[in-house]
Design a protein around this ligand. Structure first.
Ligand code: G3H
Ligand code: 13P
Ligand code: ZN
Length: 309
């Protein structure tokens, strides 16, 4: 099974009322934890790489690790650039073998977002690569850019049809109240399902993407706090909200923070219990297992994509 695009995955997910998990990857243990979980659950998978991940691990290392995961699992895997901020990084990822890229023009005015997104779509489609665009702004931290909560804007359903038609994007990320990171809501979690419903009406059959969709698993936060961490007030998107979104037009759900928390909780606990150990394999092995466990849970109970590969 070679690398695939998300085209077929989204078509089946839309029709089946489930979503594909798009998990951020930064190193070998994260890739192995995710792909072993997907293999055991026979789930389709998107592995996504941010600009920060490319800088940390280098494009070629991540690409080769993902190729190894495909060889090892035989799964259909799509490799996707997360939050590409300009044409150049999208081009580098397309030329470097990615099957999907996101051009995140959401910080630009509408017309500039369209121009930039279309430029990427034209380059990508000629090479068989699919493109995700974004309309509306999430609160929280996106890569190096800190979008303060007051600047976050829900996606305007009146703009989506024109954006999709004029750019030719294959999927659209929207803002309905989620945000990146581990502190998503000050009070009760609230998502604007009314906006999602309206967007679905304007774009029937079109795949929608939800960013900032970690649940910030309380068990991990408790473990981190128990062993010397300080994450008071960390809060994520309740799983039932994600399941509801997946049953609607949302075909791709982005998860990074929960993987970070899984790994960090495990490593903190490990060192608290074994303060004399110093072999990285000893603490990275349970960290990788913790990632595998949480990804399995998400594939089965949250995304509904287990058994759909
Ligand atoms: O949306 C951002 C992702 O969580 C990636 O984070 O830019 O720190 O790699 P990063
Ligand atoms: P989380 O921070 O909620 O995991 O969101 C990740 C994301 O949207 C990556 O693009
Ligand atoms: Zn994101």
């Amino acid at each position: 099974m070679p690398l695939v695009t998300s085209k077929e995955m989204f078509k089946k997910a839309y029709e089946g009322g489930y979503a594909i998990g798009a998990f951020n990857v930064n190193n070998m243990e994260i890739i192995q934890g995710i792909t072993e979980a997907a293999k055991e659950e026979n789930a389709p998978l998107i592995l996504q790489v941010s600009a920060g991940a490319r800088k940390y691990a280098k494009h070629v290392y991540l690409m080769k690790l993902i190729e190894a995961a495909i060889e090892d699992t035989g799964l259909p895997i799509c490799v996707h650039l997360d939050h590409g901020e300009d044409f150049e990084i999208c081009k580098a990822c397309i030329d470097g073998g990615f099957t999907s890229v996101m051009i995140d023009g959401s910080k630009h005015p509408f017309e500039e977002n369209i121009r930039l997104t279309k430029q990427v779509v034209d380059y990508a489609h000629e090479r068989g690569v699919v493109v995700e665009g974004e309309l509306g702004r999430l609160a929280g931290i996106e890569d190096a850019i800190n979008v303060s909560e007051k600047d976050a804007a829900f996606t305007d359903p009146d703009q989506v049809q024109e954006f999709v038609e004029r750019t030719g994007v294959d999927s659209l990320a929207i803002a309905i109240g989620t945000s990146h990171g581990a502190y998503k809501f000050k009070g009760e979690p609230q998502l604007r399902f009314d906006i999602l419903e309206e967007i679905q009406k304007r774009l029937p059959g079109f795949p929608i993407v939800l960013h900032g969709a970690s649940s910030v698993i309380p068990e991990f936060v408790d473990t981190i706090n128990k062993y010397g961490g300080q994450m008071p007030g960390a809060k994520g998107v309740p799983e039932e909200m994600l399941r509801k979104a997946a049953s609607m037009a949302v075909c791709k759900i982005n998860i990074d923070s929960d993987l970070r928390l899984a790994m960090t909780a495990s490593i903190r606990e490990y060192f608290a219990l074994h303060p004399d150990h110093f072999d990285p394999r000893q603490y990275l092995k349970p960290a990788r297992e913790n990632i595998k466990k949480i990804v399995k849970h998400k594939l089965i109970n949250v995304l509904g994509c287990a058994g759909k590969a």
